[in-house]
Ligand binder design. Structure first.
Ligand code: FES
Length: 135
């Protein structure tokens, strides 16, 4: 029984895009690992970034509800080909609107927004570390 979930959720839940992992120790990979205190669900979202700051690849693993899986799937699709500064503008409300998430599931899309921000921060920290090491 599919309840009343919008078809976009069902689509991304049943056929999640970009499930998997990138090498978190690689210099060009940023990893965001976040949890939702409300429900205990966890999301890992990773990006592979080129030297110009453009995201080439994105993967996720989500241990959580269907809406969290759908949210991470959508975000990995949206960020590909974009600049790291550009993806910071992705709002959980955009994700929720795209998937037509019901209000009780808003925190699930928040997890995806937090995860992409954390992944970008991780990548930036690595990059700055490299610059400092070279200086
Ligand atoms: Fe917590 Fe969806 S119920 S992430």
């Amino acid at each position: 029984q599919r309840r009343n979930y919008h078809e976009n959720i069902v689509e991304h839940y049943e056929n999640p895009r970009n499930v998997g992992s990138l090498d978190k120790n690689s210099d060009d990979v940023g990893t965001g690992l976040v949890g939702a205190p409300a429900c205990g669900d966890v999301m890992k979202l990773q990006i592979k970034v080129d030297e110009n700051g453009n995201i080439q690849e994105s993967k996720f693993k989500t241990f959580g509800c269907g809406s969290a899986i759908a949210s991470s799937s959508v975000v990995t699709e949206w960020v590909k080909g974009k600049h790291v500064d550009e993806v910071l503008a992705i709002k959980n409300t955009d994700i929720a609107a795209h998937l037509k998430l019901p209000p009780v599931k808003l925190h699930c899309s928040m997890l995806a927004e937090d995860a992409i921000r954390a992944a970008v921060s991780d990548w930036k920290a690595k990059k700055e570390g490299k610059v400092n090491a070279a200086a």
